[in-house]
Design a protein around this ligand. Structure first.
Ligand SMILES: Cc1cc2nc3c(=O)[nH]c(=O)nc-3n(C[C@H](O)[C@H](O)[C@H](O)COP(=O)(O)O)c2cc1C
Length: 190
């Protein structure tokens, strides 16, 4: 069965980011297959220490929850990253997890980085402020960097502004954008 891994980065368990994720998962329905959600705020992942062990062998010297997450990423057909924007980036707890994905980037110095994309990546970002230029620019770059590292084709990053005053579930425009993205996943490919 197809596998979807969600890296969830909101401090609020049932905030607007979760509402956006729920909308996407509902839209994907059976196409999402077996869905696992990693809530970064429920983890005690240690930060990357740039020891560069992963430059030599495909693994991480830190033995913690990431070991299980690496296995999930390796098996995932789709990776969804859902996060609010905190100071133009993703929240710290999620960033700590993301930095530990250095083991995938290090396929370059190791010489075993896959040339082809082996999975899909989807990003969902919320921001509290009214829309303004570059509101999501920093966070989008972070997500694109992750997708490139884990060999995921970037299928789309959907953003939603003004969560301070607007709710995801009341936006027909957002619902449409998410339906369209989910439609891109033909049944037989996911
Ligand atoms: C520490 C912190 C930093 C934030 N920085 C930004 C920001 O740079 N731009 C923005 O639009 N909203 C910012 N916000 C607002 C959050 O993006 C907004 O509250 C978020 O969409 C809420 O998601 P949630 O409902 O899942 O918690 C920030 C919020 C916090 C707590």
């Amino acid at each position: 069965m197809t596998k979807t891994l969600v890296l969830f980065g909101s401090a609020r368990k049932n905030g607007e980011t979760k509402a956006m994720l729920n909308l996407l998962l509902e839209s994907l329905g059976d196409k999402a297959g077996d869905v696992k959600i990693i809530d970064a705020y429920q983890t005690e992942i240690q930060p990357c220490i740039d020891c560069r062990c992963c430059w030599e062998y495909r693994g991480c010297s830190i033995n913690d929850e990431m070991q299980e997450i690496y296995e999930m990423i390796d098996k995932a057909d789709t990776i969804i990253i859902a996060a609010p924007v905190y100071y133009y980036s993703v929240p710290g707890k999620l960033k700590i997890l993301i930095d530990r994905l250095q083991v995938y980037w290090a396929g370059i110095p190791r010489g075993d980085k896959p040339e082809n994309m082996s999975r899909r990546g989807i990003g969902l970002l919320t921001g509290g402020a009214q829309p303004f230029p570059n509101q999501f620019f920093g966070a989008e770059l972070v997500l694109k960097g992750v997708f490139a590292a884990v060999a995921a084709e970037n299928v789309g990053i959907i953003t939603f502004s003004e969560t301070d005053t607007k709710s995801v579930n009341k936006s027909a425009e957002l619902r449409d954008a998410i339906f369209k993205l989910a439609d891109k996943f033909p049944d037989h490919q996911i």
